[in-house]
Design a protein around this ligand. Structure first.
Ligand SMILES: Nc1ncnc2c1ncn2[C@@H]1O[C@H](COP(=O)(O)OP(=O)(O)O)[C@@H](O)[C@H]1O
Ligand SMILES: CC(=O)N[C@@H](CCC(=O)OP(=O)(O)O)C(=O)O
Length: 296
């Protein structure tokens, strides 16, 4: 319904927007799109509903979305309720045994199941998994010292995800995995999304976050860098333009592109329907990273 003072769009505009989507629907039909939905972009429930609808839309028009979710803010709030002070080192949560239990309960038990339920309510068919299910992800301790049970991905078993998407399901993946002894590890969700995109040779890796994309000055959205190749992305990290939580994002984009993913995007999860804008419109949105400038 139109709000007061909102101009009605002409029939011509609506038809143009709809028909602009057709070449993208044709191009990406049957292709895997890995979407990482970050905790920072999950806080608003009406925005969350739009992200869910966009993912269901993609699946309905023949794309193969896989959703990897974070949930850092929700883990913090549960740690707070339990009187445990969250601690971070270089953007990674310091994860002792008690924190690991909370991370697993919150990500696998709450956030994952909530997203699965919302997708199902929106008419999709979602299946929730963590790295342990079907041996989807193997883990080892991260190289960073003093972070406890923070893990790195040792391998991804793409078959389980391929079987699910083939059967019409939308996999929803939490970033908890185990080593061969069964010890659970807490893995950064961006890293998991990048490794899954690489293992499935995805068309796109899309990271939804709480900024317009990669910015020259991270406080100024008008400094958005719309496109870059791997080399330029590495330079931005070396120069310190990319810092904090943006470092694991750019790193996982670069790693996935080097392994064959066609394009990686960092987009604003706070903007309503940013996923649809990125995938189905000529202009796109946010920052796109490609393997080399020749692939633009
Ligand atoms: N060059 C940059 N451009 C945009 N954001 C940046 C940049 N450098 C650092 N950042 C920070 O990275 C944050 C996104 O990472 P993070 O908070 O971990 O998000 P998420 O919870 O979605 O994974 C931004 O909110 C911003 O503060
Ligand atoms: C090792 C590590 O830091 N793991 C993250 C996993 C969740 C995550 O990545 O959530 P966001 O995407 O919302 O930041 C954590 O414990 O917060």
């Amino acid at each position: 319904m139109l709000k007061q003072n909102e101009a009605p769009e002409s029939a011509e505009t609506r038809v143009r927007i709809l028909s602009e989507a057709l070449p993208y629907i044709q191009k990406f039909a049957g292709r895997t799109i890995v979407v990482k939905y970050g905790g920072a972009a999950m806080k608003d429930s009406s925005l969350k509903a739009k992200v869910i609808r966009d993912v269901v839309f993609m699946a309905c028009v023949g794309l193969r979305p896989i959703l990897v979710h974070g949930g850092g803010p929700e883990i913090n709030s549960w740690l707070d309720k339990l009187g445990i002070e969250p601690q971070f080192k270089n953007g990674l949560r310091v994860t002792d045994a008690a924190t690991m239990d909370v991370v697993e309960m919150v990500l696998v038990g709450r956030v994952n199941k909530e997203i699965v339920s919302l997708i199902n309510q929106a008419g999709g068919a979602a299946i929730g998994l963590c790295g342990k299910d079907g041996g989807l992800i193997g883990a080892r301790p991260a190289d960073e010292e003093g972070v406890g049970f923070v893990g790195e991905v040792t391998r991804v078993n793409p078959q389980i995800l391929e079987s699910l998407v083939q059967a019409g399901y939308i996999p929803v993946v939490s970033s908890v995995a185990a080593d061969e002894t069964g010890q659970a590890y807490n893995i950064n969700a961006d890293t998991v999304a990048g490794e899954i995109a690489a293992a499935l040779n995805a068309e796109k890796l899309i990271l939804l976050t709480d900024t317009a994309g990669i910015l020259e000055d991270y406080k100024d959205p008008s400094t958005l860098i719309p496109r870059m190749d791997i080399q330029e992305a590495r330079q931005l990290m070396d120069q310190g333009v990319v810092s904090g939580g943006m470092i694991p994002k750019v790193n996982c984009c670069v790693r996935s592109l080097a392994q064959g993913v066609k394009a990686a995007h960092i987009i604003d999860g706070r903007q309503p329907h940013s996923l649809l804008l990125e995938v189905f419109t000529d202009g796109g949105i946010g920052s796109m990273i490609v393997a080399s400038e020749f692939t633009f």
